[in-house]
Design a protein around this ligand. Structure first.
Ligand SMILES: *Cc1c(COP(=O)(O)O)cnc(C)c1O
Length: 375
C-alpha cells in the first residue's frame, strides 16, 4: 500500500506527466512567462466550463476575493456578511480593505451560511455577502440570492473549495457554482480540486462592466498602459501555471468523480454509526468533496487524530479556530459574536484523506482504523 496522504499530488501528476511536462517545456522555450497565450486560452476554457462570460486570472484565491471587493467599489465601513466557519482568507480580505466583517452562523447540516442568519444580519450599511461553498458543497444560493436581490446587495461567492459543483435551482435550471453571484473567486492552490503547481486564482463574472473593472484592479488600476485610473494591485497567473491548468481542467470532472467515489466508500463504512455523522449532501447541489469531513459526537477527537497518525493516517481539523475567535478580528468585537453552530462544529469536525488517487485498500485501512478507535 502506498503511504496515505491528505492529498496525493505526486501520483496525480505522474498520470498526466507527459502532457504537463510538454506544456511546461513549451512555455520555457517560448519564454513568455508573464501573460503568455496560455493565460488567455485557459481563461477562455474555464469560462466555457463554468458557464460564465468572463474569467479574470489572478495570483491566488485570496487576491480573487480582494480584487472583487475592490472592483465593486466597497468602501471602508461598508458591512460584508460572511460565515466565520471558513478559511481565514475569506474574512481577512474584508478587514484588509477596512470593510467591516459581519460574521453569521452556518447551517448545522451543510456547514455553509445560514440564510435566516444572513437575513437577520442585514443593516443599512450592508453592501455585500460572501457565501462560502465549504468542503465542496454549495451554500443555499437560491435563498441567499433572493435576500441579496431584495436588499440590493452584491454576492461574491467563495468558490475556492467547490469548483466544478453544479447547483440545481427549484425552477429546474442547473448552473455551476461560481457563476451564481455578482462574481466569484476561486483558488488553484495545489491541493484544491483544480490545483496548479504553485499559486493561482481567478475571478468569474457575467457582468461586462465589472469584468473590465476587475481586470483594471488586478493590473495596477491600469486601463491603458501607464495610465492608472484607480488604486489597484499586481495579481497575475503565471503562464506556466495557466498551461498546467489548461491540461488539468480537462480532467476536473473525472477528478470530481474520483473524489465522490471515495466519499461514497467512507459513507458506506460509517453509515448508521451512533457517534459519526457523515457529510450531508444537500439536494440542491452536487457535492464535489474538496474535503470529507465527519462530525463526531462523544469522541475524543484529539485521541482519534493521534490514533490515526500512529497508523500512518493523516487527518486535519478544518478549522480549529473560527474567524470570529481569531485575534486578528479582536478590534471588531468579533469574539462577542454569538455563533453557536460554528462553535459547536469547530469542536466536532475532523477531515479524512480524500483525493483523486485513493486506492480501495487505503480506504479500507483508513475506515478500519477510524472504527477501531470509535467503537
Ligand atoms: C484556499 C481558499 C482560499 C484562498 O486561496 P489561496 O489561493 O490560498 O489564496 C479562500 N477561501 C477558501 C474557502 C479556501 O479554501
Amino acid at each position: 500500500m502506498r503511504p496515505i496522504q491528505m492529498v496525493d499530488l505526486k501520483q496525480q501528476y505522474r498520470k498526466i506527466k507527459e502532457e504537463v511536462d510538454a506544456a511546461v517545456i513549451n512555455v520555457l522555450e517560448s519564454s513568455a512567462f508573464i501573460n503568455g497565450p496560455q493565460v488567455q486560452s485557459f481563461a477562455t476554457a474555464l469560462a466555457q466550463y463554468n458557464g460564465v462570460q468572463h474569467v479574470i486570472p489572478c495570483a491566488n484565491g485570496t487576491d480573487a476575493l480582494q480584487i472583487s471587493m475592490m472592483a465593486l467599489g466597497l468602501q471602508p465601513g461598508d458591512e460584508v456578511i460572511t460565515p466565520s466557519f471558513t478559511y481565514i482568507a475569506t474574512t481577512e480580505v474584508i478587514a484588509l480593505l477596512r470593510l467591516t466583517p459581519v460574521f453569521v452562523d452556518v447551517d448545522p447540516q451543510t456547514f455553509c451560511m445560514d440564510a435566516a442568519a444572513l437575513q437577520k444580519a442585514i443593516t443599512p450599511k450592508t453592501k455585500a455577502i460572501v457565501p462560502v461553498h465549504l468542503y465542496g458543497q454549495a451554500a443555499n444560493m437560491e435563498e441567499i440570492l433572493k435576500i441579496a436581490e431584495a436588499h440590493n446587495l452584491f454576492v461574491i461567492e467563495d468558490n475556492a473549495q467547490a469548483i466544478g459543483s453544479d447547483y440545481y435551482f427549484s425552477d429546474g435550471t442547473t448552473k455551476k457554482t461560481g457563476s451564481l453571484g455578482t462574481c466569484s473567486g476561486t483558488s488553484f492552490f495545489p491541493s484544491k480540486n483544480l490545483g496548479c503547481y504553485g499559486d493561482g486564482g481567478a475571478i468569474l463574472t457575467n457582468d461586462d462592466a465589472l469584468a473590465a473593472q476587475l481586470r483594471m484592479v488586478a493590473n495596477h488600476g491600469q486601463s491603458k498602459r501607464y495610465y492608472h485610473d484607480v488604486v489597484g494591485c499586481n495579481s497575475r497567473l503565471d503562464t506556466i501555471q495557466a498551461a498546467i491548468l489548461e491540461i488539468k481542467l480537462r480532467y476536473l470532472d473525472s477528478y470530481i468523480d474520483a473524489r465522490r467515489k471515495v466519499a461514497d466508500g467512507y459513507d458506506a463504512a460509517f453509515a448508521g454509526h451512533p457517534k459519526i455523522t457523515t457529510p450531508f449532501r444537500a439536494p440542491y447541489c452536487k457535492h464535489v468533496f474538496h474535503q470529507y469531513t465527519l462530525l463526531l459526537e462523544g469522541v475524543d477527537r484529539n485521541g482519534l487524530v493521534d490514533h490515526l497518525a500512529s497508523q500512518g493516517i493523516p487527518s486535519m481539523i478544518y478549522y480549529p479556530v473560527p474567524a470570529h475567535r481569531q485575534q486578528m478580528f479582536a478590534s471588531f468585537g468579533a469574539d462577542a459574536t454569538n455563533l453557536p453552530v460554528t462553535d459547536w462544529l469547530t469542536e466536532r469536525v475532523v477531515s479524512l484523506p480524500i483525493h483523486t488517487e485513493m486506492e480501495e485498500g487505503q480506504l479500507q485501512y483508513i475506515t478500519k482504523s477510524v472504527l477501531d478507535y470509535i467503537r
